[in-house]
Ligand binder design. Structure first.
Ligand SMILES: Cc1cc2nc3c(=O)[nH]c(=O)nc-3n(C[C@H](O)[C@H](O)[C@H](O)COP(=O)(O)O)c2cc1C
Length: 324
């Protein structure tokens, strides 16, 4: 049995008082632990209150918000694949102003760090949303330049270093009071080039990855499943790819003598997965698809990380690293 298998994940309640401090600080914001609910998979948090103790989480990313409300995509929106999930939601949401007035006050009661995830079709959509969020009580803003499910904007901003940097700089100017996380696309020809351009343009942290562009065909109908043909793949199927991307980006950031924190995302379902991302260089992790199948996935992972830190006599989560 390996070290990390020893951590177990079936008894998070038992770990709760084990005393190990697993808090992390990202861009000046303190999280009680490094486990964050990924955007689009956890609503605004209170939807899960009947299933888990939401207050235990390190943070919650909101569903992707656009300045004006969006209906989302027509047709099929979710399709299960081997060890994964395809989605084509198309950023259905009620808009940033509605969020600030109606959802945010409830979210603030929950306890975890609140991260507003924003998206847009044009740069001005992002900027208008960021202006409002800058003066709201959200703790951080996550700029989604990686959504593959919208016809205009979204991922298009995250494929090219120059385009991404211009957007980050424009949002940075109007979002001076909130730490800015930029969420990167695994579909970029060079994720690392985009990431480094975003750091130069003012990103305080980077999160990766969003979903991987993929598709499915309905063999009864003999047609692509999704109206947009392609959709975004998430879940365990993408974990090794996401892990490799975090590893490579962490190396590049270190070579730049930068210490911009990375938040690892992609198929994380167990404490073993989470530890791998932390060892690859992530300062924190987000969990998305796993929560659908197992609502307690995140609280189990939190308990497992706490146990791992304790068992290995570590002083902090930052000591979970590759052995040199
Ligand atoms: C149903 C669904 C909706 C999503 N909506 C968003 C979104 O609104 N904004 C965003 O940045 N990412 C969104 N994502 C991407 C996730 O936040 C995450 O980056 C991705 O699913 C990979 O993590 P996972 O494998 O743990 O799910 C969505 C993912 C799923 C499955």
């Amino acid at each position: 049995m390996t070290e990390s298998n020893n951590t177990g994940s079936d008894n998070s309640a038992g770990y709760a008082d084990s005393g190990a401090d697993i808090g992390v600080t990202i861009a000046g914001v303190r999280f009680r632990n490094p486990v964050i609910a990924a955007s689009g998979t956890f609503g605004f948090g209170s939807e899960y209150s009947g299933l888990i103790d939401v207050s235990q989480l390190g943070g919650i990313c909101t569903k992707g918000l656009t300045f004006t409300p969006r209906q989302g995509n027509k047709g099929m929106r979710l399709w299960e694949t081997a060890s994964g999930l395809l989605n084509s939601i198309g950023l259905e949401n009620s808009g940033v102003p509605f969020f600030i007035e109606n959802e945010l006050p409830k979210m603030k009661q929950l306890g975890p760090v609140i991260i507003a995830n924003i998206s847009g079709e044009m740069a001005q959509d992002y900027i208008s949303g960021a202006v409002l969020l800058n003066n709201s009580p959200v703790d951080m803003v996550e700029l989604n330049i990686s959504c593959p499910n919208v016809k205009a904007g979204g991922m298009a901003f995250g494929l090219d270093p120059g385009t991404a940097a211009a957007l980050v700089a424009a949002v940075r100017r109007v979002c001076s009071k909130k730490p800015l996380i930029v969420k990167l696309s695994p579909n970029a020809p060079s994720l690392t080039s985009v990431a480094l351009a975003c750091v130069k343009a003012g990103a305080d942290a980077l999160s990766l990855v969003n979903t991987i562009k993929a598709m499915a065909i309905d063999t009864e109908k003999r047609k692509p499943v999704f109206e947009n043909i392609s959709a975004g793949l998430s879940g365990p199927a993408i974990k090794p790819i996401a892990l490799r991307m975090v590893w490579e980006l962490y190396g590049s950031i270190k070579n730049m003598d930068s210490n911009v924190p990375i938040i690892g995302i992609g198929g994380i379902s167990t404490v073993q997965d989470a530890l791998e991302f932390l060892m690859a260089g992530a300062a924190a992790i987000q969990v998305g698809t796993a929560t659908f199948a197992h609502p307690a996935a995140m609280t189990d992972i939190i308990g497992g990380i706490r146990q791992y830190v304790k068992t290995n006599n570590m002083k902090s989560v930052s000591q979970i690293s590759i052995r040199e």
